[in-house]
Design a protein around this ligand. Sequence first.
Ligand SMILES: [Zn+2]
Length: 218
Amino acid sequence: MTDPLRNSQRSMVEIKRIPGKSFSSNVYIVQAQKNFILDAGAGPVKLICEYVDSESIDIDRIILTHRHYDHVGGAEKLSELLDVPIYAHELAAKALCEGNDETIISSSFGKEISGLDVKTFDEETYAGFLQIYTPGHTNCSICLYHGGEKILLSGDTVFSGGGVGRSDLPTGNFKELKDSVEKLTKYDVHSLYPGHGPSVQKEGNQHIRLSLKNISYL
Ligand SMILES: [Zn+2]
């Protein structure tokens, strides 16, 4: 029987998707030039650690696509257990260090968050992935793109099937979101790994173009 959590195996990049349950985001364990975890979700810490242990993956860091609680709730525990630092866009790092509940929207999920030790992710490229700044869902949203393998990890900016993230939450901005989705259509994407919902392994750019079309009607 195939493992339903194992979405792709590639020669240069391997990505394990741990699907979000309840309100938790998807979590991606990425093996590339360096190994990292993208988004910590808000629950599956044990599952993540078990997978990392069973595969003997040497994780270098945790990267957060933005500051929302459903993506960061498990970050502190995960960082402790794996003994790795957490990185995010400088605006996310600042809000998370301050434990800014209003913009982290933890109370919307019935949770509280205290200050997290998050470092600024300021590398233009990391482990073969280009960091793309995509404000709109939040002012601290980023995507990661691997040009060689045509992989986009899109956070809550675009979802497969033509979806886009909300822009009506604190620090969100509709115009910026639209510009960010348009920016993403310029990249050649085969595999699309979003923050929520299913990933796709081919023709990712068609999904992103559909997202742009959908947001253009709003
Ligand atoms: Zn979000």
